[in-house]
Design a protein around this ligand. Structure first.
Ligand code: HEC
Length: 144
């Protein structure tokens, strides 16, 4: 009977273990890169809301109604994009409520700009800003 060659068996086992742990480490890294990539993309997307809001404030203070309307519409369009959805939010229902309010406020702002109502756009912008803050509070609260 042939003797069991323990030495080669253990060498083979070692090679297998190293390969397996290499694969696991590689997969974990790839997953992390994927998550970081998605976060960075989301961050760029979300920051655009701030750009449009800054434009709104500028347009408001210079009474540029076309600009108000364009930026209110751009904000609303953002809320309809796929990137607006955030998978990590546990209460999708509540997030949806804030999103619906946001859309309605964007519409109100657009309409007030169409009427060239300075009071209407000032109120609309203020209400929209409150909605930004409230939804962010909710998002942070849920994630912590
Ligand atoms: C329906 C909820 C909701 C509303 C309304 C909302 N946001 Fe956000 N916002 C988010 C979420 C979710 C994130 C991403 C948080 C994260 O990635 O941790 C975010 C992130 C941001 C960021 C941070 C981007 C970064 O990564 O640095 C800015 C700036 C921002 N929003 C601006 C605004 C502005 C301005 C408004 C109002 C015009 C607004 N948001 C309205 C949900 C909302």
């Amino acid at each position: 009977m042939k003797r069991i060659d323990w030495k080669s068996i253990s060498r083979l086992a070692l090679v297998m273990i190293l390969t397996a742990s290499g694969i696991i480490a590689y997969q974990a890294q790839a997953q992390q890169d994927d998550l970081a990539g998605r976060r960075a993309k989301r961050s760029t997307f979300m920051k655009m809301k701030l750009e449009y809001s800054k434009n709104l404030l500028e347009a408001l203070t210079t009474e540029n109604y076309d600009k108000i309307q364009a930026n209110a519409k751009a904000l609303k369009a953002m809320s309809l994009a796929a990137e607006w959805e955030v998978a990590e939010i546990p209460s999708v229902q509540e997030y949806l409520t804030y999103s619906t309010d946001f859309q309605r406020l964007c519409d109100d702002l657009s309409k007030a700009a169409e009427r060239k109502s300075i009071d209407g756009v000032t109120l609309g912008f203020t209400q929209l800003t409150i909605n930004c803050v409230k939804c962010h509070q909710f998002v942070r609260f849920k994630k912590d």
